[in-house]
Design a binder for this molecule. Sequence first.
Ligand code: PEP
Ligand code: MN
Length: 338
Amino acid sequence: MIIVLKKNATPQEIDHICTKVRELGLTPNVSRGVERVVIGVIGDEEKLQVQPLEVFPGVEHVMSILKPYKLASRDYRTENSEFEMNHGVKVGGKKIVVMAGPCSVENYDMLLNVAKAVKKSGASFLRGGAFKPRTSPYSFQGLGEEGLKYLRQAADETGLLVCTEVMDTRQVELVSQYADMLQIGARNMQNFDLLKECGISKKPVLLKRGLSATVKDLLMSAEYLLSKGNFKVMLCERGIRTFETSTRNTLDLNAIPVIKKETHLPVLVDPSHGTGFRDYVAPMAMAGVAAGCDGLMVEVHECPEEAKSDGEQSLRPKQFDELMAKARAVARAVGRDI
Ligand code: PEP
Ligand code: MN
């Protein structure tokens, strides 16, 4: 249910409505748009039968959101969501944000070199996994807290933000101490307890689409975060499983305009996991920008042949720099910046 307020609704009227909604055992979420204020009401809508909200001062009309995702839907918020982070980085704005770094954090020197390189090329986030979701239990599982410390240190030294994966509810507090943005990986997109915990943490979240998840599934998972009051959410298209075997995954670029239509949340494209091969990363990064994404995530490694994970899809710093130049040209052509 959303309550659309009159253009001239006063702060007192808004507070009064929110108080009434809470008294009914429901949760109000106030969204302040350019034109007017809207209050999203989450909970058992039956309770509103006893207290019609149309009669309250300041209310223009009340309507149901028919989509299963409520707070994530464009009905709740018509404008694109934007949020600001440290170093003046704006997520969801005209400028496309770029996250780059190795698949896994392996050692400090390598991480710092990559951080310096990607910063110089225009990235604003350093990415890298300290906790790695690996198919095989015998593969490198990440450096854990040591990796988080390296990320924080390398990012602080270069003026970058940190985006890193949190795999388990028990890690949310720890990862939050070091990261600026929590990454929920594809394999955890429907780990509902993790979503709830990250929602409660209020840290910005990058939510990656599951390997076999529909856009609707992705938006329902985002709804878990929003329903806990965390609106600093960026979605990520990172490729889905299809019958195609010439690439690691199939980057579903259709999802970008669909997501932009269905939700106000920003969306990022990950052409590294989306293709699985270095040669395809730059073309699909450009395609993502052309399709209207708000961010890119690219794996970069100093020496990909020696990477502990995802070397085949990792770019060398010089290749990343070339990708940025191409992506920038496409961004300009579609009225964006990088
Ligand atoms: C990653 O970003 O390194 C990663 C593991 O991604 P995904 O969850 O999309 O596979
Ligand atoms: Mn990876």
